[in-house]
Design a protein around this ligand. Structure first.
Ligand code: GLN
Length: 201
């Protein structure tokens, strides 16, 4: 039997509980992360949706932003959804002036780029390597306006990428934790598995 993957879910703010449940359903051991100590022994981290300006404040106040930046530099696997994707982005085009991000994913992102709360919507999207569409919920979702050459697009809606990855990072502008379909979480777990095989603890 394969050893269990230990996955952290950043739990400072936002939709962390639903991610924890989805990851457990995929067979992962899940820990909510609020301090640096909570990161010990993990194989990967999920940064949930919520409000990126608040998350940024809390990351700085808790000292976690510097710790997570260091982990990113070591290639530690991370999965960001919605506000979590904003937290991973290299460039936030319309961030608050004091807003920080981990700058591990080479994308330019615009917050609320699809409109505000009333403009939230649901859409079936085609995802690379899935045989059937994925039902994606977009809630005050950020828009990816540009991507770097090292970023692979796994799904688009209209002419915009909505699910992207690099070797160790996965990010989407929608909320896969709010539907029962676990396929996107499983992509992340395969990224984590690959990383932990090549970088044993
Ligand atoms: N618009 C939010 C932000 O800027 C993100 C919304 C979400 O995570 N559902 O952080």
């Amino acid at each position: 039997m394969k050893p269990k993957l230990h996955i952290g879910v950043l739990a400072l703010q936002g939709a962390f509980a639903a991610h924890a449940e989805a990851l457990r359903k995929c067979g992962a051991e899940v820990r909510l992360v609020r301090t640096q100590e909570d990161l010990s022994g993990l194989h990967g981290l999920v940064i949930p949706g919520g409000e990126s300006t608040t998350m940024s404040n809390l990351l700085v106040a808790s000292g976690l932003s510097e710790v997570l930046k260091g982990l990113c530099q070591d290639g530690f696997p991370m999965f960001g959804t919605c506000a979590g994707m904003i937290m991973l982005a290299e460039t936030i085009l319309d961030g608050r002036s004091d807003q920080v991000s981990l700058r591990v994913l080479n994308i330019d992102i615009r917050r609320n780029g699809y409109g505000r709360q009333n403009d939230s919507f649901e859409q079936d999207i085609s995802v690379h390597s899935f045989d059937t569409p994925f039902h994606a919920l977009f809630i005050r979702a950020p828009v990816i306006e540009a991507i770097g050459s090292d970023v692979e697009v796994l799904a688009s809606w209209g002419d915009r990428p909505v699910l992207v990855r690099t070797a160790n990072t996965l990010a989407c502008s929608f909320h896969p934790e709010l539907v029962s379909d676990l396929r996107i979480h499983k992509i992340f777990l395969s990224i984590v598995e690959n990383f932990s095989v090549t970088n044993p603890r």
